[in-house]
Design a protein around this ligand. Structure first.
Ligand SMILES: *[C@@H]1O[C@H](CO)[C@@H](O)[C@H](O)[C@H]1NC(C)=O
Ligand SMILES: *[C@@H]1O[C@H](CO)[C@@H](O)[C@H](O)[C@H]1NC(C)=O
Ligand SMILES: *[C@@H]1O[C@H](CO)[C@@H](O)[C@H](O)[C@H]1NC(C)=O
Ligand SMILES: *[C@@H]1O[C@H](CO)[C@@H](O)[C@H](O)[C@H]1NC(C)=O
Ligand SMILES: *[C@@H]1O[C@H](CO)[C@@H](O)[C@H](O)[C@H]1NC(C)=O
Ligand SMILES: *[C@@H]1O[C@H](CO)[C@@H](O)[C@H](O)[C@H]1NC(C)=O
Length: 337
């Protein structure tokens, strides 16, 4: 009876439902009551779902429905979908197998069982999950300090993934939850590797990275003078912070120095050394190191001292400051009066 030519399909389907409807209302309500909550089967996209249905030998008719469409009526397959088949064990099992499950398979599946006296349905809701997947993320960028920066990270998945941003510095705290990370007036300390993580607990989270370079002008944070005896090697040093890496120049008063006759300029990254081989009387004095990049320029003075006359400027500044810090608490009460 189920093996029908296509034009008769609709007609047959209608009669199938008429059959189901003919059954006493009380019975079907009771069977619905027996399983008030529909069971959910959660499956990952691409996997094989087996939706179980068990029957006994008194059964006269069985069918599987996807929503209201008949997939199987007895052993007869109505669905044209090659991914769908039955798993049967003698007369006792009538389970539905769906291979390579996809998102459009999500929905209610009904195993309909008819015996001579009654009809019973068991419904299962198939939930299809898809691992979180980041399909677009900002490219690495280089900006100047103070710029406004927006990073984006777009992901899909089922259920909808949640997206979190972190800057992978030692603290690596979560900065933002959401697709967009907005940074107003970016600072140099906010440069680095940003991690965007999309997770929905279906599989391991998807993670992508954006490198952010923040350019800023040079600043000479350390200028080291030297006390050197005549005939010895004098070493003057300047350390700068700058992005991109600075160019360095050394001056003696207004005269630019270069590698020649006893003078060697070394540059390693953001540090420069001025080496004066075999210091003579004339070499003592004031030198200036200058750091330059495309955002600016900064200089500092350092000194080559004759032993005994030397006074480390930084050192004396430190002493002055620490003296003040000691004295200040004593002065404050007086100032308040
Ligand atoms: C099935 O899933 C729905 C929606 O996710 C939920 O509301 C319901 O409680 C679930 N039922 C069971 C039996 O887990
Ligand atoms: C179930 O029905 C939906 C909607 O009609 C269809 O897209 C899907 O392919 C069907 N799945 C199976 C396994 O029959
Ligand atoms: C950054 O954004 C703020 C607020 O929207 C705006 O006032 C400011 O002008 C922007 N700065 C730059 C450099 O675009
Ligand atoms: C050292 O030289 C620089 C550059 O010529 C000058 O600006 C600075 O005042 C000098 N410092 C001293 C202490 O002479
Ligand atoms: C250092 O310079 C002095 C004076 O110019 C010279 O006599 C001496 O030989 C030099 N020493 C070395 C090691 O070059
Ligand atoms: C050092 O910086 C000062 C102040 O910006 C500037 O006047 C001076 O010319 C600079 N010296 C050198 C050698 O660049």
């Amino acid at each position: 009876m189920w093996r029908a030519s296509r034009p008769r399909l609709a007609q047959l389907r209608a009669s199938f439902f008429r059959l189901l409807c003919l059954l006493p209302a009380g019975v079907s309500v009771r069977s619905a009551d027996m399983q008030r909550a529909t069971d959910n089967i959660t499956i990952r996209q691409g996997d094989t779902a087996v939706i179980r249905c068990y029957v006994d030998d008194k059964v006269s008719k069985v069918a599987w429905l996807n929503r209201s469409n008949i997939i199987f009526a007895g052993e007869d397959k109505w669905s044209l979908d090659p991914r769908v088949d039955l798993v049967t064990k003698g007369q006792l099992e009538y389970s539905l197998r769906i291979q390579k499950v996809d998102v459009y398979d999500e929905g209610p599946y009904t195993c309909s069982i008819q015996t001579k006296q009654q009809s019973k349905t068991s419904q299962v809701y198939l939930i299809v999950q898809v691992p979180a997947n980041i399909y677009r993320v900002s490219e690495d960028i280089t900006v100047n300090e103070g710029s406004n920066v927006t990073l984006s990270c777009l992901a899909n998945g089922r259920p909808d993934p949640s997206i979190t941003w972190r800057l992978l510095n030692p603290s690596a705290e979560t900065l933002e939850v959401g697709e967009y990370l907005e940074i107003y007036g970016i600072m140099r300390t906010q440069a680095g590797r940003y991690e965007c993580k999309a997770s929905n607990d279906v599989a391991t989270p998807d993670v992508k990275y954006v490198n952010v370079v923040v350019n800023y002008p040079p600043f000479i944070k350390l200028a080291k003078s030297s006390e050197t005896q005549m005939g010895r090697l004098g070493v003057l040093q300047c350390d700068a912070t700058a992005v991109p890496k600075p160019e360095f120049e050394w001056y003696r008063d207004d005269k630019r120095l270069s590698n020649m006759q006893g003078i060697t300029i070394q540059i390693v990254g953001t540090r420069t050394l001025l080496l004066v081989a075999n210091v003579t009387e004339d070499d003592y004095g004031n030198y200036t190191c200058v750091a330059t990049n495309r955002l600016g320029r900064h200089n500092a003075s350092v000194f080559l001292y004759r032993p005994g006359t030397g006074r480390d400027i930084n050192g004396s500044a430190c002493i002055c400051l620490s003296m003040w810090l000691l004295v200040l608490p004593l002065l404050l009460p007086l100032l308040n009066c």
